[in-house]
Write a protein that binds this ligand. Structure first.
Ligand SMILES: Nc1ncnc2c1ncn2[C@@H]1O[C@H](COP(=O)(O)OP(=O)(O)O)[C@@H](O)[C@H]1O
Ligand SMILES: [Mg+2]
Length: 363
């Protein structure tokens, strides 16, 4: 096993003007499950492919443990990769598919068989070893692809959106299986997804990329509770955090009738800006009675009922402008469309960002 280090690793595609991955600095601990997440085109696959040796590195270095692998061919890196299109060989049995890489490497038959059987046991595929891929469900095929990676006992697993081809329900159960399998095997894993829920639920830590630039690396909890900038704040969490530009007043910022306190030090980060951007997650509003001085009136446009709770999509007036806002409400207190509710942000759960730079200002 080994750690993985991206040391200012950069990839500029031929003919490109801007790097697809720009001076990526990231250290993945030995045995860690790190998820790279970000919108389509942000450089996730390119990062993974640089680590795999499938893409040139134009600047910086990549290390596995203390080996500099920057210019090593893929086969010398001791990694195994699982892709979205896991392309099993249709004419081979599950066992042969899983053992194929070992066969190519010249490992003897008995050893291949024992490794394949061991992997099949872990992946719950023992009863399917003699089947062809077409006689398997999508989830089982996915596990065969995992099995192919496991039998090689690599130092590092690389996975690029391995669940994207599965239907929604299977995706949820398979992500739990992959995460628990990784913990059991303890193999350092870099996992790529565009899905922030997948990132939060699977990763020991999550790295958010945007336009080839690393935005934040943190545990899922910290990422959710303390997003480092406006981009991460808007990207992590569903429905997304409400982000509202509000004027600065003495001692803090004003949101409707409530003052959100921020310290002088934190405010200094706003520079000469006249406003800051306040972030409030949908679950961090309190519903208050009409007529109170603090509440912000929200006109209910759409209600999404989820049973235990619901989301109200409404409109409110902030500084004279209409602003869309999402509020989580209790499942037994769902308002009607067209109704007006009054909400107050829960003070210590609010976030403040610089409007001009997007940087987090609140502690
Ligand atoms: N082979 C390539 N040649 C030129 N540009 C590429 C190539 N592969 C990807 N890109 C560009 O690099 C950027 C990052 O792509 P990619 O790493 O595939 O993003 P992601 O996996 O996050 O969706 C995108 O702008 C994409 O168009
Ligand atoms: Mg990709």
């Amino acid at each position: 096993m080994a750690s993985v280090t991206f040391d200012k690793a950069t990839r500029l595609y031929p003919g490109g003007t801007k790097p697809a991955v720009d001076a990526l600095e990231l250290h993945v601990e030995d045995g860690e499950f790190l998820v790279l997440v970000g919108p389509s085109g942000c450089g996730k696959s390119t990062s993974l492919r640089m680590l795999a040796g499938l893409e040139d590195v134009n600047g910086g270095a990549i290390r596995i443990g203390d080996r500099d692998v920057t210019h090593l061919p893929p086969k010398d890196r001791d990694i195994a990769m699982v892709f979205q299109n896991y392309a099993l060989y249709p004419h081979m049995t599950v066992a042969d598919n899983m053992g194929f890489a070992l066969k190519i490497a010249g490992v003897n038959k008995a050893e291949i068989r024992s490794k394949v059987e061991e992997a099949a046991k872990i992946l719950d595929l023992t009863d399917y070893l003699d089947r062809k891929p077409k006689a398997l469900s999508g989830g089982q095929r996915q596990r065969v692809a995992m099995g192919r990676a496991i039998v090689r006992e690599p130092q590092v697993f690389l996975m690029d959106e391995p669940l994207s081809n599965l239907d929604a329900k299977l995706r949820v159960s398979t992500r739990t299986q992959i995460a628990s399998l990784q913990r059991r095997l303890g193999i350092t894993t870099v996992y790529v997804t565009h899905d922030q829920v997948e990132a939060l639920t699977m990763g020991d830590r999550v790295a958010v990329l945007k336009d080839g630039l690393l935005q934040q690396v943190d545990s899922p909890r910290t990422m959710y509770d303390r997003p480092a900038n406006l981009f991460v704040a808007g990207f992590i969490g569903s429905p997304a955090m409400n982000l509202v530009e509000v004027p600065l007043v003495d001692g803090g910022v004003k949101f409707g009738g409530s003052i959100i306190n921020i310290s002088r030090d934190e405010l200094a980060g706003a520079g000469t800006d006249k406003t800051v951007t306040v972030g409030i997650r949908p679950e961090h509003f309190e519903i208050v009675p009409a007529g109170g001085i603090e509440g912000v009136a929200v006109t209910v446009n759409v209600v999404e009922e989820l049973g235990a709770d619901g989301f109200v999509y409404g409109t409110t007036k902030i500084g004279g402008d209409d602003k869309d806002i999402v509020v989580r409400v209790h499942g037994r207190q769902i308002p009607e469309r067209g109704e007006t509710i009054h909400v107050v942000p829960i003070g210590h759960e609010t976030h403040v960002f610089s409007t001009s730079t997007g940087a987090r200002l609140s502690a």
